[in-house]
Design a protein around this ligand. Structure first.
Ligand code: NCD
Length: 305
């Protein structure tokens, strides 16, 4: 039984083991039928921030494992609105849950919940900090399409300050041996110092503050995110930053052969839909991996694998 809060809670071997399970699930099509490892268990999906893919794919994953699912969608629907503390809410959920999947706007909310709950807690996004299950989906997609995660040139583009998916992805790369990592962003959305330090500590060859066109020409894998409008401290800031980066099909003319573009979705205007039909687009493949990966994570968290 264990929590999954930060992608670097896992070792590289543990990540690869989860990929192995996900591959087996896909080969045997268990994500389209069932594998009753969690029969009679209760998986609680506590989502205090909006979500489409994460919540629904966790729900499908739990159901394919034959668990019961309980959902909380939005703070408005809970006693948090009546002034209940998050600690008390978690304590209540813990009385009937075998796993708690938590999404919350506060950084550190999942770690805090994991200290309160006896049930394992899985972080499904805590503010701008991390989204570790998305990172496993992202890295699994890289491995599937490129055959490796090591030895590739990565570029992470967009809102590196507030996008938890981009930050988690960067930290996930510290478990591997990328050839280099390029970062391209509008200056107000520059990455946080702690992330840069973690990448440097891991000995990653890092190029910061690059130009988007340049990184599109050197990368094997480009990871792009939307501007996290809801996390900007001032709404006027969004008006200024809106449209400040956008990858168009035209910009990919000099891309490396075999380049893949990842995006956690939802997208807004940072990625031209004209790219969707090119071999570069891997973002819908990412979504296809969500259920197998989340089945493996749930089974691991409960300790049945
Ligand atoms: C992301 C999130 O919630 O962080 N979505 C996801 O889970 N795939 C990305 C985003 O909201 O931009």
């Amino acid at each position: 039984m264990r929590d999954f809060i930060d992608v670097t809670d896992l070792t590289k071997e543990e990540v690869l083991q989860i990929f192995e399970i996900a591959r087996e699930i896909e080969t045997k099509k268990l994500h389209k039928s069932k594998w009753c490892l969690l029969e009679d268990k209760v998986v609680t999906l506590a989502f205090f921030e909006p979500s489409t893919r994460t919540r629904l794919t966790f729900e499908v994953a739990a159901k394919r494992l034959c668990a019961h699912t309980m959902s909380v969608v939005g703070e408005e629907a809970t006693s948090l609105m009546k002034g209940e503390s998050l600690a008390d809410t978690i304590r209540v959920l813990d009385t009937f849950s075998d796993v708690i999947v938590l999404r919350h706007k506060y950084e550190g909310a999942s770690r805090y919940a994991s200290e309160i709950a006896n049930a394992p807690v899985i972080n499904a996004g805590d503010g701008r900090r991390q989204h570790p299950t998305q990172t496993l989906i992202d890295l699994y997609t890289v491995e599937k399409v490129k055959g490796t995660i090591d030895d590739l040139v990565y570029a992470v583009v967009g809102d590196l300050r507030y996008a938890r998916t981009a930050n988690s992805f960067l930290l996930g790369l510290t478990l591997f041996k990328p050839r280099a990592v390029y970062l391209a962003y509008p200056p107000p959305l520059a990455p946080r110092e702690e992330i840069i330090e973690r990448l440097e500590e891991a000995g990653i060859t890092l190029y910061v503050n690059r130009n988007i066109q340049e990184v599109l020409e050197v990368a094997d894998v480009v990871y792009v995110t939307r501007i996290q409008r809801e996390r900007l401290p001032d709404p006027r800031e969004y008006e200024k930053l809106k449209g400040s980066y956008r990858i168009t099909k035209d910009m990919l003319r000099k891309a490396k052969e075999g380049l893949i573009i990842l995006h956690p979705l939802p997208r807004t205007e940072e990625l031209d839909p004209a790219i969707d039909d090119t071999p570069y687009a891997a973002y819908f493949k990412q979504v296809e991996s969500a259920v197998p990966i989340r089945m493996a994570i749930l089974a691991k968290a409960v300790g049945v694998l």
